[in-house]
Design a protein around this ligand. Structure first.
Ligand code: FE
Length: 183
């Protein structure tokens, strides 16, 4: 099966589930994040990463209210591991780092914490809280850290109920073009 078809299937099966504690579904959240990346002028591989950054949530079987149970499902690692079968590090690294990017922004941008939704603040604690100085330094040295921060900022505002944005089909050719290609 082609990767784009597989992604269509996964979103068809699980995309209607709620985006933990937010007023949009997983599909709406993914499509809004990708659209924000596209209108911000991101390269195709980063738009694909934005679209698929939470696919780990669609691949694991934990209930929607996992944060209330005190569980961090490490969806960024699940997503990265799965995506690495099909995509290079330019896609997988921003996905893996998008949670660390939140911890980074909380530590370095005083205005950022105020932007986070209550659900995102709750999961921040499970994810280890804001980085300390050492964490900030280590994060900045990782390849694609800047891209992960860009992705994170789109991610945080891609929660608008009923917003009209292009559908999954808009991204299928892009997904095919980006798969396992060097930057
Ligand atoms: Fe997200």
């Amino acid at each position: 099966m082609q990767i784009a078809d597989l992604i269509m299937e996964i979103f068809a099966a699980k995309g209607s589930s709620a985006y933990f504690g937010e007023p949009v579904s997983q599909r709406e959240h993914a499509l809004q994040t990708a659209h924000l990346a596209e209108i911000d002028g991101a390269r195709n591989w980063l738009i694909v990463a934005a679209l698929l950054h939470d696919i780990g949530h669609l691949l694991h079987e934990l209930p929607e209210h996992v944060a209330d149970l005190g569980i961090d499902p490490r969806h960024e690692d699940i997503g990265q591991g799965w995506l690495a079968q099909y995509f290079g590090p330019e896609v997988t690294a921003p996905v893996r780092l998008h949670v660390d990017a939140k911890r980074y922004l909380c530590a370095t941008d005083p205005a950022y914490l105020a932007l986070l939704s209550p659900a995102s603040v709750q999961s921040l604690q499970l994810q280890g809280g804001p980085f300390n100085e050492e964490g900030v330094r280590v994060f900045e040295q990782q390849p694609f850290a800047r891209e992960a921060v860009r992705l994170r900022r789109w991610d945080d505002i891609a929660k608008v109920p009923g917003l009209h944005v292009p559908g999954l089909e808009h991204y299928l050719a892009m997904i095919q073009a980006v798969q396992l290609r060097a930057v």
